[in-house]
Write a protein that binds this ligand. Structure first.
Ligand code: 4AD
Ligand code: MG
Length: 435
């Protein structure tokens, strides 16, 4: 039988297919035997369909075998498609051919296991149809993100992952042996992207970023995917428009192409649709502190906002919204000081609604050599480590801005997930490196 004659489950579950003979292949998702009939639910990358194996037609031996067959055995089966009210999804295949390709004895996941056990079996757990939905949404987020930048005149570039110094502070650096010396896994491509804007003006990269986050939270991974644009001649406000455009583009695409997956995951589509309403509110850090204080949150001007504070703020908005003009001490050394108000920097975060919080961090970069040098000292860093980065301010410096989108943070919000590890097939966090 040639490959072309096989169909995918989603293409079979349609009224046009009713009465047609089809062949599918996949894995056994569930099965039960009633009398001489086996009801086998077969899963492929596109869905799950019930296959009815009648012992009267295909032999009672096969039905006996199916009664004890392990979940996730791989199978090939053919038969006529029928619309059936009793079948989950409304369609079933009445098998006239059924063959087991790969046996599966005692599949380790049966339902009801605890999280650590499931994570130890992550390579098998991801076969759950829930993950097919999540990974497909992630695919669309990645594809749309890239496409948005390419369509808007950004060049995709490939910054290094092995680096010599910190972009986002030493506390979350991962050291690695690098020949005779020490290097670190990149926390952000930003510093290298800044060098590349002098070549290509508008650039972006999609790379893994690494953070040695000491504590486990719902929204932190040790390894995540980072989509980062950087553009010459762009102010903070220009860059916020780019960020807004990116989110609208991604959400539109997911709503268009991944509607079924969102629905299967139980995502509130109407809440997500609100993200299409722009411009997003722009809230200064000062106003955010006032809003929090009015709500009884114990916070003072100068404090950093954590997940809890962000969650309180997200309850005030139905769309994503920007926070801007943070105190200089809570943000990284590269942020440009607001010249009209030197206690704050021209940085912004984009927070997703519904409790999710920060999905983007960015801003305008300090482009003055002296000011940047002072900021490096002020943050207790060694200017020697940033010599090349300082050079960018010595040879034809230009105003420029950029940001970083945490891809899994975006997927978490868009798909309505409770935990960021769900957005990664093999998530890395403290205490987890296997499988
Ligand atoms: O806010 P962050 O630390 O900003 C930067 O790294 C900038 N250098 C980016 C830039 O301007 N090019 O990180 C950016 C985003 C965050 O908003 C968040 O979405 C995500 O990266 N992020 C994480 N995602 C998962 N796990 C973690 N531990 C993350 N840390 C940051
Ligand atoms: Mg941030």
């Amino acid at each position: 039988m040639s490959l072309l004659e096989f169909k995918h489950v989603e293409d079979v579950m349609r009224s046009e297919c009713s009465g047609q003979r089809v062949c599918i292949r996949g894995w056994i998702y569930r099965r039960s035997v009633v009398g001489k009939k086996a009801f086998v639910r077969v899963r492929d990358s596109t869905g799950v369909i019930q296959v009815v194996v009648d012992g009267g037609k295909l032999g009672e031996q096969l039905v006996r075998e199916l009664k004890d067959i392990g979940l996730e055995a791989s199978v090939v089966t053919c038969g006529v498609v029928k619309e059936s009210e009793r079948a989950p999804g409304g369609f079933e295949i009445e098998a006239d051919y059924f063959a087991v390709i790969g046996y599966s004895r005692d599949f380790p996941i049966k339902g009801g296991e605890g999280l650590d056990y499931l994570m130890d079996n992550r390579h098998l757990w991801i076969r759950s149809p829930r993950y097919a939905n999540i990974f497909k949404i992630k695919h669309t987020v990645l594809a749309a993100g890239r496409e948005y930048f390419i369509k808007n005149g950004y060049w995709e570039v490939t910054p290094p992952i092995l680096t010599a110094s910190a972009c986002e502070g030493g506390a979350t650096l991962f050291p690695v042996e690098y020949f005779e010396s020490k290097a670190y896994l990149s926390q952000s491509a930003q510093l290298y992207l800044e060098a590349l804007v002098y070549v290509l003006e508008k650039v972006f990269s999609l790379t893994p970023s690494f953070r040695a986050e000491k504590s486990r939270t719902r929204r932190h991974l040790a390894e995540y995917w980072h989509l980062e644009p950087e553009a010459a001649w762009h102010s903070m406000e220009d860059m916020m428009k780019v960020a807004e455009g990116l989110i609208v583009y991604i959400v539109e695409r997911v709503l268009e192409e991944r509607r079924r997956e969102l629905e299967d995951l139980g995502r509130d589509i109407n809440a997500l649709k609100k993200a299409l309403n722009t411009p997003y509110p722009r809230v200064k850090y000062d106003e955010a502190i006032e809003m929090l204080q009015k709500k009884g949150v114990n916070i003072e001007w100068g404090d950093d906002l954590g997940a809890d504070e962000e969650r309180v703020l997200t309850m005030e908005f139905e769309t994503p919204f920007f926070l801007t003009h943070f105190p200089r001490q809570v943000k990284s050394f590269y942020m440009k000081i607001d010249r009209s108000r030197p206690e704050v920097v021209l940085g912004f975060d984009l927070l997703a609604p519904e409790g999710y919080g920060e999905i983007i961090g960015g801003g305008e970069r300090e482009d003055n050599y002296e000011a940047l040098y002072q900021r490096i000292l002020e943050q207790g860093l060694n200017p020697e480590d940033y010599k090349w980065y300082l050079d960018l301010r010595r040879y034809g410096s230009v105003p420029h801005s950029g940001f970083g989108l945490g891809v899994e943070r975006a997927v978490m919000w868009i798909a309505g997930l409770d935990h960021i590890r769900e957005a990664m097939p093999f998530p890395r966090y403290r205490g987890r490196i296997y499988p």
